[in-house]
Design a binder for this molecule. Structure first.
Ligand code: NAI
Ligand code: MG
Length: 501
């Protein structure tokens, strides 16, 4: 039986979503978004630039004082809930579009991305009515309370690795808290954000509350980040661009939250259940073709189980089915772009030069038909890596595991923390003391014990060190999208004594 091949149809067409309307870019320009499995154009999309950013920010500013600002928290929550239901009804179609635009296997977009999107909108719908101020026990005849208010117009710039899920992580808490948004999806994957715009319209959000403006980072993204008309900028992407965003924001003192890169240690102790640990190592690095900021890309293996572990890891990695992402049995699809593929290939050269061993993979798989032009790469393992090598320190963002061995707990902790990043960490052991000691000692925003890549809308996610600042999801996300006002009321009815004489 031959494997099904993707069928190319005419490119889908999309416009910008500004002030509740679908419109062309002011310049009339468009850009192409390829299907990474074939390299053929999947969608042709209006290309936002500075003029469109200005329009979108103005629309979001106007919406901040309109119907939206007067809407009850309950009605805001109901709109978010309605949106979550509309997404759920169209989940199968959205998953297919996500897979065609991004390349991730349909089983991931169907069972991980889309359920996560629905969950986030549902979860934050519930928060809308639970954002509260406090009363503070101040001394004397005074009443002091706080109001927790929206920040205002939020710019949000998201990456291509989980296109719709990243839109949900950003939009849901911002809207629950009563903000308005200008969202810029990544140029590689604009499609599902614009499909979401249709559902936002259908759900009945007032015009201008959400504006979605696909375009390139250096143009649309930079114009948004440096715009004096926004009150907050939220970014997920590379650490390099995160620094540019922080600099641009500094000019206007715009509030910033950043979710950046990682080079997470995923640690295998000899006392771990090795079957589980092998699967955990695979989940850590091959999920989403390794294009995950919290990927367990530095695999630390205790010296005494190195041979056994690596043997099993390689055997299983080589069995992963790489191919047509629309095929339900495919476990790894293509990388998102030729640029990303080339970056990964270049690191194979770097690993060789540095003296590491290409223990598994290291090449593009041989595929047939239209898939020959796709951006596929084999599951890859570098062994004999030491923590100082570039392949241990730099984010490769592909299905590439760098294996480092260690001798004891102290040696491990030292090496695990020797990185500029601090997003996540994993540990596999049956010793609970060791596991919790590691969880405290490791400098990372998320720690997984005998599991990996677990997420929930209620659980905070974000980085230490150069992996960024601010926490998304959970009640912590609301801190990013609200500000606190302290209100003082005199209850004594007397003049202020100080200058009163
Ligand atoms: P990137 O950081 O350039 O892109 C992420 C988003 O930022 C996109 O929407 C892009 O249009 C925008 N952007 C780019 N330059 C900008 C600028 N000057 N001002 C404002 N916005 C800008 O990431 P890229 O180039 O796609 O990938 C490069 C590397 O970044 C990857 O190989 C990976 O290592 C890392 N990365 C990390 C991600 C994460 O989830 N932490 C996600 C995507 C990439
Ligand atoms: Mg870039």
């Amino acid at each position: 039986m031959s494997t099904p091949q993707p069928i190319q149809t005419a490119p889908r067409r999309y416009q910008l979503f500004i002030d509740g309307q679908f419109v062309d870019a002011e310049s009339g320009e468009t850009f192409k978004s390829p299907n990474p499995a074939t390299g053929e154009t999947f969608a042709e999309v209006a290309e936002a630039d500075k003029a469109d950013v200005d329009k979108a920010v103005a629309a979001a500013r106007k919406a901040m004082t309109g119907k939206w600002s007067k809407m009850s928290a309950r009605d805001r929550g109901r709109l978010l809930y309605k949106l979550s239901q509309l997404i759920e009804q169209r989940a199968a179609e959205l998953a297919e579009l996500e897979t065609s635009d991004n390349g991730k296997p349909i089983r991931e977009s169907t069972y991980i991305d889309l359920p996560g999107v629905v969950e986030n909108f549902e979860y934050f719908a519930g928060w809308a009515t639970k954002i509260e101020g406090e009363t503070i026990p101040v001394p004397g005849q005074m009443f002091n309370y706080t109001l927790r208010e929206p920040v205002g117009v939020c710019g949000q710039i998201i990456p291509w690795n989980f296109p719709l899920l990243m839109a949900a992580w950003k939009l849901a808490p911002a809207l629950a808290a009563g903000n308005t948004v200008v969202l810029k999806p990544a140029e590689q994957t604009p499609v599902t954000s614009l499909e979401l715009a249709k559902l936002i319209q259908e759900a009945g959000f007032p015009e201008g509350v959400v504006n979605i403006i696909p375009g390139y980072g250096e143009t649309a993204g930079a114009a948004l980040a440096s715009h004096p008309g926004i009150d907050k900028i939220a970014f997920t992407g590379s650490t390099e661009v995160g620094k540019l965003i922080a600099k641009a924001a500094a000019e206007n003192l715009t509030k910033v939250s950043l979710e950046l890169g990682g080079k997470a240690p995923n640690v295998i102790f000899a006392d771990a259940d090795l079957d589980q640990a092998v699967n955990g190592a695979m989940m850590g690095i091959f999920f989403n073709q390794g294009q995950v900021c919290c990927a367990g890309s530095r695999l630390f293996v205790e010296e005494k189980v190195k041979e056994e572990f690596l043997g099993r890891f390689k055997e299983k990695a080589e069995k992963i089915k790489v191919g047509d992402p629309m095929d339900k049995s495919t476990l790894m699809g293509p990388q998102v772009s030729e640029e990303q593929l080339n970056k990964i290939k270049s690191y194979v050269g770097v690993a060789r030069e540095e003296g590491a061993t290409i223990f598994a993979g290291g090449e593009q798989p041989k595929l047939e038909g239209a898939l020959q032009n796709g951006y596929f790469f084999q599951p890859t393992i570098f062994s004999e890596v030491n923590n100082r090598m570039r392949v241990a320190q730099e984010e490769i963002f592909g299905p590439v595991s760098s294996v480092i061995t260690f001798d004891n707990d102290d040696d491990l902790i030292r090496q695990a923390n020797e990185t500029m990043y601090g997003l996540s960490a994993g540990i596999w052991t049956r010793d609970i003391t060791r596991a919790h000691r590691f969880a405290r000692a490791v400098k990372a925003g998320v720690v997984w014990i005998n599991t990996y890549n677990m997420f929930n809308a209620a659980s905070p996610f974000g980085g230490y060190k150069q992996s960024g600042y601010g926490r998304e999801m959970g009640k912590h996300a609301l801190e990013l999208y609200t500000q606190v006002k302290s209100v003082w009321v005199d209850l004594s009815g007397k003049p202020i004594g100080w200058f009163g004489q």
